[in-house]
Structure formats: structure tokens, C-alpha cells
Design a protein around this ligand. Structure first.
Ligand SMILES: NC(=O)c1ccc[n+]([C@@H]2O[C@H](COP(=O)([O-])OP(=O)(O)OC[C@H]3O[C@@H](n4cnc5c(N)ncnc54)[C@H](O)[C@@H]3O)[C@@H](O)[C@H]2O)c1
Ligand SMILES: CC(C)=CCC/C(C)=C/C=C/C(C)=C/C=C/C(C)=C/C=C/C=C(C)/C=C/C=C(C)/C=C/C=C(\C)CCC=C(C)C
Length: 533
């Protein structure tokens, strides 16, 4: 017993000493959170020669883009439909972010982005080939052939503008100046589409109400909003990149992206600490000067970047304390929270199932909507992905993974007794099994392993406000124009992630990471930015 106490004491001493040593190190910037937004900022700064410290409160990197292991299965925390892994152009931001720190993810191309199972037996697969997808959709809506070509053709134009310029901080006047003189038409194209929503463009070319509903679900499945509220720039990006760079799955799980970004930044001399819960961003004379952790430790630096949501950073719901003391919160942040609200969260189930259940030619991603009127409601849409179709190594021999989720709001899950909480989980689980069984019969009898996550799970483990998937407009807005960039009204404090321009999505938060690192790089004078000829 005595010996055990001694060992424990020594271990604590070693831990304290190593923390003190780390505390004495100087870092150019501290990044709070290791979501893809935080990690791209950190690894880009490391690639520019800065020394950064990433503080992550959980035990693994990646946040919503992480993976976890249970019982021989590797499950992705979020969905497994990954954009931004193309080889060409500038929109392949995940490929680029990894390459910039000498890393690469082996990826498996998905031949079909998504198979829709919609009301009125409307069943459409989105093939990697643009022509094949347009022909399938036009065959179902022959009277709208021209409108279909014009709508998706406009998306392509938006994408081509984005794909033709290096994507950095549009808050930096010198970048804007250089890029404008290099590619004026692309810049003017983007400026034109910034205040526009996809639904308005669709309505210009298409009249059929069922086809407009189809375009709503095309947007909803990644933006959690119907087309009229989905920014055209983001629609252009998603509806074209799936046919250009394509959808590619990182071998070994989505979490590999974060793991490799961490390896890359560590090799360049930067650091990450896990179980490091930041409870306060320290300010002096209105400037960010460091952070305080749950264990009382304070770490000082010149620049702080928060990858926590803006609600969590600034305590914007008035109920929970933010990282910035309430009397220091800039008015602009309160204004933002009146313009945007958190999207609903999800109930998600991760299953290990018998392999024979799923045919060899089954697609990886599916969406079920049974009633158009329910699209934006609780349990209105069912998302299903089977990543083992692309990468069998994620499951033990003879098994597949099914990950399914449906929108659910935090209010449904608050103030329940433990018993009622568990009962409710079971009700949602049975609901999801019944719906998945419509496309994968005999599911219930073939389940080897199951995990059920609720909005409370997402809030607890991902540190996301209300477990939300991201911000959505409170009312119809002018496209992307009102989205805040990386700088904040607090000097030396930056934000990154999906509550910054251009919003949700791994590729979108990777852009926000690039932009954030570029903006900080121009302040530290470490950017070496030249436009290629
Ligand atoms: N492509 C897909 O299929 C898919 C699926 C799911 C999610 N996503 C996207 O990924 C986006 C999220 O990326 P993100 O960059 O905004 O980050 P994130 O929310 O994924 O990660 C934030 C990280 O910060 C950590 N954190 C939060 N507060 C902290 C604190 N106080 N101290 C220390 N650590 C803290 C969290 O633990 C988490 O790891 C989502 O919004 C979503 O759009 C995509
Ligand atoms: C100078 C002058 C005149 C002007 C200027 C202008 C300019 C330059 C501008 C610019 C702009 C920019 C750069 C922009 C950018 C943008 C970007 C990058 C964007 C991006 C985006 C992306 C996205 C949105 C993505 C997304 C995705 C997602 C979210 C996904 C998801 C998925 C899911 C969830 C699915 C699931 C399903 C199943 C499972 C079935």
C-alpha cells in the first residue's frame, strides 16, 4: 500500500514537471480544439514555420471528424461522405492541407455519392459521372431537362471560379488584391454569388414542384436547410466537387485525416495535448493573452484561436459560461447569434452487422424521406452510410458497419430521468432500425454490436453547443454574406470551424483553417504567398 502511494506520488510529480516544462515553452499561437478547422489552422501555421500548441479536451483528435474503436470496429463519429480529396485545382483542401505537412491519406473513391429514397417512389442515385447523374434526373423529369442542365450548370460555374484561385483569407486585402489581378473573372463571379441562395437560382430555371423538393433534399442533406436558405457558393462547391474530385473515403476511417494532420504538425515541432479542457481565454487590456485550463493551469501566448463553436466561445446562450467572460463579449457576437441559430443535433446509431445482409453492389450512402412535409422536422430524414462497402478493414472479418442518423433537437432530451433517457434512446433506436430495414431487410436479427448517441452525447463528447451540427440562418439571409470570418473584435483572438465562413462540412472548415492561418500568418509576417503563373 505504502509503495503504491509512493509510486502514485512520483507519477504525479513527473506529470507536474512535464506540464511546467511545457508551460515554459513559448508558442506563437494556441489553438483551442482539434476539430478539422483547428488542425488545419495549426498545421498550416506549423508549415509556415510557427510553433503552435493545440489543446484538445477529449482523448483523440478530429472532433466531429474523428473515429473511435469498439469491439474490433472502427466507427466514424460523423458521416463518412468526404469532399475535398481531389487531385486537381484548389478546392481539394484536405489533400492540400495534408500535403503541406508532408502527409497523405490513402483514399478509396466512391462511385456513387448518394442514393435517394424519396416520396412517390422517386429513387435517384448521384453517380460520380456528371453526365450520368444529369441523364438519370432528366429521364425522371423530361419536361425539366433544360432547367436541370441550367441549374447544375450554374453550380459548375461557381465551382470553376473557386477551383481556379488559391483559397486563402478574403479578410486579407493583399491576398484579395493579388488574386483579383490574377483571376478577375473568377473573383467577380464569386462576388456575384456570395449573397445568393441555391433555391432562388433553382426557381429561375425549374418549375416542377417535385423537382424543387428534390433540390431541397440535395441541399438539406449537408446544409440542414432547404435550398432557399442554402448559400449558392456552398451548393456550387458540393454539387460539382462530387463529380470533379469526387467523394473519397480515407482508408482506415475518417479519423485518419486528423491523426495525419497531428503527425505532420508534431514533426514540424508543434504540439498537441489531450484531456486539456480550456475553461477561459485570458484577456489583458482587451487583448487575448493566453488560456486557462480546468486544472487551473494558465498558458500564455500572443495569439489564441478558438475551434470551439462561437456559442461556446462567447457564451452566447446566456445559460452557459463561455470561454470569454460575459462582460468582455463583443456586441457583434450577440448580433451573430440573433442572425444564426444552432441546427438540430442527431440521434445516431453505429451498428456492426452480418456481412451477408448487404449485397455487393449496394451503394455506401443512402437517404430516406417518406413525407416531404416532414423534411425539417424531428426524425424527418434518415441518413445511412455503410463505409465498409468501401473499406472492409473497418470491421472484423464477415461483418459490415452501418451508421445511421436522424435529426433530433436537444430539447427532446433535456430534463429526463436516467430511466426515461434510456427508454427514449430505445424508441429512437427501434425507429431507425425499422426505417433502415426498408432498404436492408432482416436487419434486426443480424446485429452484432450497437452504439446509440443522442444530442446529449454529441454535446458531451464533441463539446458542441446543444450537440448541434452547425449554425443555420434564423430567417432567409443573403447567401454567405452575413457569415463571420476568422477575426473577432477581441485583438489576437481568432475563431475557426463551422461557425465561421463558409459553414459546415470538413472541406468548408478546412477552408476556414486555411483562411485563419493565412490571416495570422500575415500578422506574424510568415506568409510566403505567391500566385502561380
Ligand atoms: N463530411 C461529413 O460527412 C461530416 C460529418 C460530421 C461532421 N462534419 C463537419 O465537421 C464540422 C466540425 O469541424 P470543426 O472544425 O468546426 O470542429 P469540431 O466541432 O469537429 O471540433 C471541435 C473540437 O474542439 C474541442 N473543444 C471544444 N471546446 C474545447 C475546449 N474548451 N477546450 C479544449 N477543446 C475543446 C472538441 O472536443 C472537438 O474535438 C461539423 O460542423 C460538420 O459540418 C462533416
Ligand atoms: C475582389 C472581389 C471583387 C471579390 C472577392 C470575392 C472572393 C474572392 C470570394 C471568395 C470566396 C471563397 C473563397 C469562398 C469559399 C467557399 C468554400 C471553400 C466553400 C466550401 C464549401 C463546402 C461545403 C459546403 C461542404 C459541405 C459538405 C458537407 C456538409 C457534407 C456533409 C455530408 C453529410 C452530412 C452527408 C451524410 C449523408 C449520408 C450519410 C447519407
Amino acid at each position: 500500500m505504502h509503495l503504491l502511494k509512493m509510486i502514485n506520488y512520483l507519477l504525479r510529480l513527473i506529470k507536474m514537471k512535464s506540464k511546467m516544462k511545457l508551460n515554459k515553452e513559448n508558442f506563437d499561437a494556441i489553438i483551442v480544439g482539434s476539430g478539422i478547422g483547428g488542425l488545419v489552422t495549426a498545421s498550416q501555421l506549423a508549415a509556415k514555420g510557427a510553433k503552435v500548441l493545440v489543446l484538445e479536451k477529449y482523448i483523440i483528435p478530429g472532433g466531429s471528424g474523428g473515429s473511435f474503436k469498439r469491439n474490433g470496429y472502427t466507427f466514424d463519429v460523423g458521416a463518412s461522405m468526404i469532399f475535398g480529396f481531389g487531385e486537381k485545382g484548389y478546392t481539394n483542401l484536405l489533400t492540400r492541407a495534408l500535403k503541406d505537412v508532408n502527409e497523405k491519406c490513402e483514399t478509396i473513391p466512391d462511385p456513387v455519392q448518394l442514393e435517394y429514397h424519396l416520396p412517390n417512389k422517386l429513387s435517384i442515385s448521384v453517380d460520380k459521372s456528371y453526365q450520368k447523374f444529369i441523364s438519370t434526373l432528366s429521364a425522371r423529369f423530361p419536361h425539366e431537362k433544360e432547367g436541370i442542365n441550367k441549374f447544375y450548370g450554374t453550380c459548375k460555374k461557381v465551382f470553376n471560379c473557386l477551383d481556379s484561385i488559391p483559397l486563402l483569407s478574403i479578410e486579407d486585402p493583399s491576398y484579395l488584391f493579388k488574386v483579383f489581378f490574377k483571376a478577375p473573372l473568377s473573383c467577380l463571379g464569386l462576388a456575384r454569388w456570395l449573397p445568393i441562395n441555391a433555391g432562388d437560382v433553382a426557381r429561375k430555371f425549374i418549375k416542377d414542384p417535385e423537382l424543387l423538393k428534390f433540390i431541397d433534399i440535395e441541399c438539406f442533406c449537408w446544409s440542414v436547410m432547404p435550398a432557399l436558405k442554402t448559400p449558392m457558393i456552398n451548393a456550387g462547391m458540393v454539387f460539382t466537387d462530387r463529380h470533379a474530385g469526387g467523394i473519397n473515403y480515407p482508408k482506415g476511417g475518417v479519423g485518419k485525416i486528423a491523426e495525419k494532420l497531428v503527425s505532420g504538425l508534431e514533426r514540424l515541432g508543434s504540439k498537441i495535448r489531450y484531456r486539456a479542457n480550456v475553461t477561459e481565454i485570458l484577456l489583458k487590456d482587451g487583448k487575448a493573452v493566453g488560456v486557462k485550463l480546468l486544472n487551473g493551469e494558465e498558458i500564455y501566448t500572443n495569439i489564441v484561436v478558438s475551434n470551439s463553436t462561437r456559442w461556446d466561445t462567447f457564451g452566447l446562450d446566456n445559460l452557459k459560461k463561455g470561454l470569454i467572460k460575459s462582460d468582455q463579449v463583443p456586441k457583434s457576437e450577440n448580433k451573430w447569434s440573433e442572425t444564426y441559430k444552432p441546427s438540430p443535433s442527431f440521434v445516431s446509431i453505429h451498428l456492426g452487422v452480418t456481412k451477408d445482409l448487404i449485397n455487393k453492389d449496394f451503394n455506401c450512402h443512402h437517404i430516406i424521406v417518406e413525407n416531404w412535409d416532414e423534411l425539417e422536422n424531428e426524425k424527418g430524414v434518415i441518413f445511412i452510410s455503410i463505409p465498409t462497402i468501401l473499406d472492409p478493414s473497418l470491421a472484423p472479418e464477415g461483418k459490415h458497419i452501418i451508421h445511421a442518423f436522424t435529426p433530433s433537437s436537444i430539447e427532446e432530451w433535456e430534463d429526463l430521468s436516467r430511466e426515461d433517457y434510456l427508454k427514449k434512446k430505445q424508441v429512437y433506436y427501434s425507429f431507425l432500425i425499422e426505417k433502415i430495414s426498408k432498404i436492408i431487410p432482416n436487419l434486426d436479427q443480424n446485429i452484432d454490436h450497437k452504439e446509440i448517441g443522442t444530442p446529449r452525447t454529441h454535446r458531451k463528447f464533441l463539446g458542441r453547443f446543444q450537440g448541434s451540427y452547425g449554425p443555420i440562418p434564423n430567417k432567409k439571409l443573403l447567401g454567405l454574406l452575413p457569415m463571420p470570418f476568422n477575426t473577432t473584435k477581441i485583438k489576437n483572438l481568432y475563431c475557426v470551424g463551422d461557425s465561421c465562413f463558409p459553414g459546415q462540412g470538413l472541406n468548408a472548415v478546412a477552408f476556414s483553417g486555411y483562411a485563419c492561418a493565412h490571416k495570422i500568418g500575415s500578422k506574424l509576417n510568415i506568409n510566403s504567398f505567391n500566385l502561380p503563373d
